[in-house]
Design a protein around this ligand. Structure first.
Ligand SMILES: C[S@@+](CC[C@H](N)C(=O)[O-])C[C@H]1O[C@@H](n2cnc3c(N)ncnc32)[C@H](O)[C@@H]1O
Length: 200
């Protein structure tokens, strides 16, 4: 089985599931820098479980992941990441309180003719302007983040970094760029948002 070894984690990947790439590495590094022992962490859209597996290999954290792609759920579970199949936050019937929520969304601007066959399309398809998944994530997020909880989101210059920052600020998240990297035709950044509003 093909696999990637990175920062003490070894993750297998399979067809039909997003293969960890530069965006995954950048997000994993940022998450590992900012996570602390004992944190309750949720990763939405975990794919192979790569980012969560890097956290788990290095820290004693309480981890849960989701993905809409059933092959990703199986792959992530096989990689030791507890993962449930869900569309965004839909698995959580009541509000939860996570210290950190992570998402590397599908962000490619995608027209009908650009879609790839099967479940893998969910890894890439960001709707016509690339922002559909990011918007849905931000709409749901605030109900699941603790006071002063941290959200980490991977954003590409293809989506629009300044636009994404202002949307996050609009949801009451104090937002900053924690790391950025040029990657072929785009710039990738990890945005950190801290929820300021809400009960202590
Ligand atoms: C760009 S891939 C990132 C995968 C992995 N987190 C990584 O960084 O390598 C996006 C992932 O989000 C998942 N996804 C897309 N839409 C989703 C949704 N509405 N709910 C849950 N997962 C979703 C996809 O199936 C895919 O695994």
């Amino acid at each position: 089985m093909p696999h990637i070894t990175y920062r003490n984690a070894c993750v297998e990947f399979v067809d039909d599931v997003y293969e960890p790439a530069e965006d995954s590495f950048l997000l994993a590094d940022a998450a590992l820098d900012l996570a602390k022992q004992g944190m309750k962490i949720l990763e939405i859209g975990t794919g192979t479980g790569f980012v969560a597996a890097v956290l788990k290999a290095n820290l004693d954290v309480d981890l849960l992941a989701t993905d809409i792609n059933p092959y990703a759920v199986k792959c992530a579970c096989n990689n030791g990441v507890p993962t449930i199949r869900a569309d965004m936050f839909s698995a959580f019937k009541s509000l939860k309180c996570f210290d950190m929520i992570i998402f590397n969304p599908p962000y490619l601007p995608t027209l009908e003719e650009d879609k790839v066959p099967g479940w893998l399309n969910y890894a890439f398809d960001g709707g016509v302007d690339g922002t559909a998944s990011l918007h849905r994530f931000l709409e749901g997020l605030v109900s699941y983040l603790c006071h002063k909880g941290i959200v980490l989101v991977l954003v590409s210059s293809l989506t629009g970094i300044e636009k994404a920052i202002s949307w996050m600020e609009g949801y009451g998240l104090e937002t900053e760029v924690v790391v950025k990297e040029k990657c072929f035709f785009e710039e990738l950044v990890v945005l950190k948002g801290i929820l300021k509003a809400g009960p202590e």
